[in-house]
Unconditional design. Structure first.
Length: 233
């Protein structure tokens, strides 16, 4: 990997020029200790829909985005943009537009089966998290590369790449003490308009970030046990 201080530039079509990778191997006992601790910490993560309005240290969010941006991606094209929205007016605009769509969704667009699947989660069309949380991370997929001169180039496995990056973002936020919610208002086209994003970017999710409200409640969910999610052959 190039030095972190070297700015990114497209390498499309350049030859393979490997560099050595020799991380110090972690002793097995240390791996076991760390994985057990991480497993317990990750099991404490909950999706939060009621946020405190308290500010959060911005650097924590920036560090989490930097963690997310270490994600592997198709052809290492890193097809993501994270828009950090702090401005209360823009958050209000996003909330108004999201609630307008969600109202239609919850009033029937989702259909009975989908609404039944959501009922145990207690979601509805009111999206207070979009204005209560002190920051929103709006994640965009770069569906293709758009050069400064308008050149377009295909991006590969964009859904997978951005999904992995968002997973890493959620882990980083949680392990740094912040709560988050992956909110996917549908349709999401309004986000590109409100945030003035270029034509190659498509909204993937809105992620409010903050602390849970003092009276925050979450659904009483049960996670699948390890033996229900793993198959060993
Ligand atoms: N986008 C809607 C509905 C919704 C859909 C799923 I799948 C969820 O897991 C939760 C909500 C909303 O944000 O309310």
């Amino acid at each position: 990997m190039s030095s972190p201080t070297q700015p990114w530039a497209p390498v499309h079509g350049q030859p393979y020029r490997p560099v050595p990778y020799r991380p110090v191997r972690m002793p097995a006992q240390e791996s076991l200790d760390r994985s057990a601790e991480l497993r317990a910490r990750m099991d404490e993560r909950r999706t939060v829909r009621r946020f405190a309005t308290d500010p959060v240290p911005e650097q924590v969010i920036l560090d989490a985005v930097a963690c997310a941006a270490t994600a592997p991606s198709g052809a290492h094209q890193q097809p993501w943009t994270f828009v950090l929205v702090k401005d209360p007016e823009i958050r209000q605009q996003i909330r108004a537009a999201a609630e307008q769509e969600e109202q239609i969704s919850y009033d029937g667009r989702l259909g009975d089966e989908w609404l039944a699947a959501l009922r145990p989660l207690g979601t509805d069309s009111v999206k207070t998290h979009l204005t209560d949380a002190p920051a929103l991370l709006v994640v965009f997929q770069q569906r293709y590369w758009l050069g400064p001169d308008g050149t377009k180039r295909k991006h590969y496995y964009v859904d997978e790449s951005v999904g992995i990056a968002v997973g890493m973002l959620l882990s980083a936020l949680h392990l740094s003490g912040l709560a988050a919610l992956v909110h996917t208002p549908s349709p999401m086209r309004f986000l590109g308009h409100v945030l003035n994003r270029p034509e190659n970017e498509k909204a993937f999710a809105v992620i409010p970030v903050g602390y849970p409200a003092a009276d925050c409640e979450v659904p009483d969910l049960v996670r699948k046990s390890l033996d229900q999610v793993i198959v060993e052959v």
